[in-house]
Structure formats: C-alpha cells, structure tokens
Design a protein around this ligand. Sequence first.
Ligand SMILES: Cc1cc2nc3c(=O)[nH]c(=O)nc-3n(C[C@H](O)[C@H](O)[C@H](O)COP(=O)(O)OP(=O)(O)OC[C@H]3O[C@@H](n4cnc5c(N)ncnc54)[C@H](O)[C@@H]3O)c2cc1C
Length: 482
Amino acid sequence: MQARPSRVLELSPRPFATRVTVNPSFVIVGAGIAGLSAAWELARTVDPTQIFILEASDRTGGVLQSLPREGFLLEEGADSFLTAKPAATQLARELGLGDQLSGSRDQQRKTFIYQAGRMWDLPEGWRMVAPARVSPILGTGLLPWSERLATAARMTGLFPTPPPASEEESVATLVRRHCGEASLRRIAAPLLSGVYGGDPESLSATWTVPRLAQAAQESRLWKLLRQPVAAGSDSTFTTLGDGMGSLAAALTSALLAKGVNLELGCPVQEVVPQPQGGFRLKLPTGGGYSAESLVVALPAPRAASLFAASVPTVAHALRQIRYGSSVTVNLAFRPAPQLPQGFGFLVPATRENRALRLRACTFAHRKFDHRAPEGDALLRVFYGGMLDPEVLRLPDIEIVNLAREELRQTCGIGATPNFTTVHRWREALAQYEVGHGARLQVIATALAPFPRLRLAGNAYQGIGVPDCIENGARAARELLAG
Ligand SMILES: Cc1cc2nc3c(=O)[nH]c(=O)nc-3n(C[C@H](O)[C@H](O)[C@H](O)COP(=O)(O)OP(=O)(O)OC[C@H]3O[C@@H](n4cnc5c(N)ncnc54)[C@H](O)[C@@H]3O)c2cc1C
C-alpha cells in the first residue's frame, strides 16, 4: 500500500508581541481536542475575536499527534476513534475532511493474545468483559477447561451467575463472577488496558463499560450479549488519511480563519476567581489574562494545579481522579518482517508473562490504509499504564531496545527497524475508578460558586476522542446558556 503524501496543515498562530493583560470574554486553557472543540462551539455564537485559546506547548492537538516520515505515517498518540460514536466523524465532515475519513480494514481484523510463549486468537465474539458466543469459549485453549465449561454453563443458564455484591462493582469483580479468574487476567484485563492502561481491580465497570455494567447489575448481561450486533458496513475504528493530528490541525486552522485567538507556548499557572466575577489567569512569565468565562480543558491533575492556591476545594476534588501514563514506540520496518495475520496483539500481565513489559502492539500498516509504503510495516508498541509507571523513567534508547527484544521474543522479529520514535504520555489517561460518579459530584459541588467556569477533557464523562469533542462542545453550550 502506497503511503499518501501528507496534507497535515501547518499552524500559523497569531503571536502576541508581549504577554499583556487582555480582557476577552471567553478563555480556553488547553488546545487538545476538548479545548479546540469548546472554541469551535463558542465560535458558532459569539464574536470569535472574543475567544482566546491558551496552550502551553508549541502545537495544538494534545494527544492527537501524527508524524509523516519517509513514507510512513506515525501516530504518537491516538490512532483512531470508535466509529459508533459519531462526534468525531461529524466534526471531520464539518471541517471538510469527509474524504479523509478512513475505516479500519476489518476484513483483516484479528487480535491475538500472547500468553505462555505463544499467540492465541482472541475468542470470537468476546465483548470487552465477557463472551457473546459459547462455541469459541469452549474451543479456546487460552482458558483452562474448568473455566470454559463453567462460563458456558453460566451463559446457557445451566449454572447461576453469582449476583453483584455491590451497586458499583469493579471490572475485575464483574468479569470474575461471570467468567472467572483466567478470563479476567488473560482476556478482559489486557483489552481494557488497551483503552485505559488501567488496573481492572480499581476501574469501575459502571464508568468504563456502562451498558454492559448496567445489564450485569440487572442480571441480564448474558441476554444482552446474545442480542445480535446491528449489522452495518461501518468499520469498528475510523481514522483520517493524514492521521488523527490532521483533525486537530484542520480545526485549529478553521478557528484561526474565523478570528479566534490562539497563543502557543503559554502555560497557565494559576486561575484566580475575582470577587466581582470572572477570572484572572496568571502566566509564569508575569502578565496574564482576565476572562469573563473560562473553560479549563486539561487533564485533571494539571487542572488541579491551576486551582491549588486560589480554590483548594476544586484542586482537591480534581486530584481524586487518578491518571495513568504510557509510552508509545513506533518501529518502521522496510521490508515488513513476518508477522501473525491480524491487527496486532495484547500481552496480559500474567505470571507466565512476567518477563515482558510490553502491553500491546498494533500492526498499524494492517489496521489502516496508507500507514506504510507497500511491502513495509509499521508497528506501534505500548508500555506503561497504572501497573508499570516506572517504564517512563527509562531513556529512549533503552525503551527502543526493550521493544526490539520483546518483539523478537513474541513475534520472532530479528530485523533492525529503519527508524523508531518514542513518545511519553505523562498523566494522560484518566482512570474511571470505583466511586467516579461520587468524585464528579464533589467536583460539581466545588465548582458551584463559579457558574462561568467549566471543565472539559477526558477526566469526566468519557476518555475517547469523540467523548472529548462532545464534552468540550457541551462545556461551551453550558456557558452560552448560563
Ligand atoms: C497514548 C494514547 C493513545 C490514545 N489512543 C486513543 C485512540 O486511539 N482513540 C481514542 O478515541 N482515544 C484515544 N486516547 C484518548 C484520547 O486521545 C484523549 O483522551 C484525548 O485526546 C484527550 O484530549 P484532551 O483535549 O482532553 O486533552 P489533551 O490532549 O491532553 O490536551 C490538553 C492540552 O492542554 C495543554 N496544557 C497542559 N497544561 C497546560 C497549561 N497549564 N496551560 C495551557 N495548556 C496546557 C497540553 O499541552 C495539551 O495540548 C489515547 C490517549 C493516549 C494518551
């Protein structure tokens, strides 16, 4: 497959000669997809010149970062979004990127699980925390016989499924009572870890797999799973031809074209609510901004630090949401090495795999079109998560060596990659742990005295790109309505 030439847009923010106190109506802190979406929604209604986006780094997009290189298209952060959630597709179409939308090649969609020294097929019909079909469960060698039979017996109603012990259970508890320990460790945990980088013992089922958790609470999970999945031609995942970064770049260009102000290299240090209403935003270099209305679109730990001195109740509430960190490693191979036929594989953190730190590997050139030149391969390897934060401390070269050694062990790849990249994502993935709803309530109470302040980002109501687009837009609508 030929990699297509890049159309990633260059950003041209309007630089400020000096950082002076200005008084715009709306300030958005953070130009990730949530902050940009908030600005986009505001700009539909208010004078765009009254909207200011302040971004700490020298680029917009946050976790959306695509890098074209030598005919490959590397994703350093998010590589796609769930097609079933329409917000990202709608935004891309609105920005004129409809022809760039590209579905995953689901005809080649197969995920492997590396366990005890070999690749196993993920049992067909497995839906995140439990299986939908009996025969693949009976047939998988990934699970011990006793567990296969017990799960099949529960699925068919021969054995009762133990009832939930609490109203909000962890993912681990839900999987254990429906399927068992091996299903949790070898299948559900690595699948969830691929999204949250989290520990299933603490992740809330209610918040991470809401529909399945609701059904499990009502003792009808098996019934829900048996319902046929609506047939459709849509692929499971969607990306853009020029990568996820091109969505943020196009949104940024559209905002700038409307007259929205963007300042890069502008880390907000503190937010101080003013007695007469509005907010004062302090920058480390002195100067700052005053805002009548404010959207803080940052990961919760960073949002917390803005309020630490001025409103400790808000800071304290935000700090209760824990975040995971991860590392992505891209390895470009020319020509492609021999690989299992699928999208990639997951590595459960089991006793048998304890020598491996790699948690997942995507064969990016198989998952989507135009990720590598014809005959070449692009592999994306993930490290870190809540169970292995120490990996972020390793120097790049050690991480690359680790990835190469672990790809040799798992896939037999001995070839030297043509080039590699390493990207650390510190405190980037929110963990929706048991009690998340109560924590959101505490945050809402702490924010109640500040009706012109809204939070957006992945800490609250959904971690995926479409969720962040939606909650950024929602924050804007709430301010407009208030
Ligand atoms: C490695 C990784 C892979 C992922 N893969 C997928 C995927 O494939 N599909 C999917 O749907 N989701 C994925 N996600 C989740 C999703 O990408 C994120 O939840 C989402 O992009 C977060 O967007 P955001 O705008 O809330 O935050 P961010 O993208 O984190 O943006 C926050 C912005 O705020 C800026 N900032 C920080 N502090 C300050 C400050 N003090 N002042 C001003 N600016 C500041 C940052 O520089 C950054 O630009 C992934 C996440 C990670 C970490």
